[in-house]
Design a protein around this ligand. Structure first.
Ligand code: NAD
Ligand code: UDP
Length: 310
């Protein structure tokens, strides 16, 4: 039985991770300041004696006996991470420093939830891990992008200086149940708008692309990365390479929800990446991982989730 810390464990991805780790008979501490997380995502785990929730901000040091740390704490949706950009930057940088110190105190393995945003508005397509990215360091997205890049730097320097046992994953757009109603990302926005018969808000002309990965696939890759015996530290892309335009995605959601919603076009936010698709060759080779969940199935599950909570 491992003792595992999950920061950001009350959030969308973190809550699925806590559930899987508890099911696999580990002792799980879920640390969260609830800025974008939600008790409803983890309430079903409270009766399990191997699950413990602690309200804590990772900007403050934290001490506990742990074997593994999954660092997921950080708002992930553009409106949320831009709401208080200085706090977002501190969460990624001071937060990871605190978690790296905790890893060293315990000799624990630490996995950092990095992001495809480290590639910025990419000039290489699809994105592979050797690409260094194209990030505006002073733009509205940089609190998140540069914070996550800084966290990768700190992870790598702790590994070089102290031999800290690190793992870095770069997560591409992931969706599924437990996304917050007010999250503001495209999957939840479009599904909620379609269910409620409101206009579907496309930013720009909808020609920008994303590649959407269902949450259970991501969690499998994340746990495989943490436990890989080859001590492969990454960074490794985790995402679904099936790429589509945002316009195509909107039309698909309207069709699948049988909605009467119309599409409306709004200004494209600053520095919004024009295309994004992961090259997952490295994950296939090193982790024997690739996504299994089909787009229609995953979206159907997500629609059912939102219908159940709205
Ligand atoms: P989310 O906003 O649902 O979850 C983030 C969680 O972190 C929330 O529960 C929030 O309350 C908590 N948190 C934020 N700041 C904190 C702090 N200072 N101290 C303690 N807790 C804090 O987002 P998510 O989609 O579940 O993302 C989880 C992680 O995965 C994030 O680090 C995000 O950057 C990364 N990621 C997600 C995606 C995606 O598509 N969902 C893509 C790339 C990277
Ligand atoms: N987007 C949109 N309408 C929305 C929300 C998002 O057209 O209501 C677009 C956004 O501009 C971006 C893409 O959808 O091009 C994905 O946005 P999201 O916020 O989900 O994540 P990102 O990949 O940009 O971090």
């Amino acid at each position: 039985m491992k003792k595992i810390l999950v920061t950001g464990g009350a959030g969308f991805i973190g809550s699925h991770l806590c559930e899987k780790l508890v099911k696999e008979n580990n002792k799980v501490i879920c640390l969260d300041n609830l800025v974008t997380g939600n008790f409803a995502n983890i309430r079903h785990l409270f009766q399990n004696k191997n699950f413990k929730f602690i309200e804590h901000d990772i900007i403050e040091p934290f001490h506990a006996e742990v074997d593994q740390i999954y660092n997921l704490a950080c708002p992930a949706s553009p409106p949320h991470y831009q709401f208080n950009p200085i706090k977002t930057f501190k969460t990624s940088t001071i937060g990871i420093l605190n978690m790296l110190e905790l890893a060293n105190e315990n000799g624990a393995t630490i996995l950092q939830a990095s992001t495809s945003e480290v590639y910025g508005d990419p000039q290489v397509h699809p994105q592979n891990e050797s690409y260094w990215g194209h990030v505006n360091p002073i733009g509205v997205r940089s609190c998140y992008d540069e914070g996550k890049r800084g966290a990768e730097t700190l992870m790598s320097d702790y590994h070089r200086m102290f031999d800290t046992d690190i793992r870095i994953i770069r997560i591409f757009n992931t969706y599924g149940p437990h996304m917050d109603i007010n999250d503001g990302r495209v999957v939840s926005n479009f599904i909620i708008q379609a269910i409620q018969g409101k206009d579907i808000t496309i930013y720009g002309d909808g020609s920008q692309t994303r590649s959407f990965c269902y949450v259970s696939d991501l969690i499998d890759g994340m746990v495989k990365m943490m436990n890989n015996k080859k001590k492969f530290i990454g960074p490794v892309n985790l995402g679904n390479p099936s790429e589509r335009s945002i316009l195509d995605f909107a039309q698909k959601i309207i069709e699948m929800t049988n909605s009467k919603s119309k599409i409306t076009f709004m200004p494209l936010p600053q520095d919004d990446p024009i295309k994004r698709k992961p090259d997952i060759s490295l994950a296939k080779q090193k982790l024997n991982w690739e996504p299994k969940i089909d787009f229609e199935f995953g979206i159907q599950k997500t629609i059912e989730y939102f219908r159940s909570i709205i």
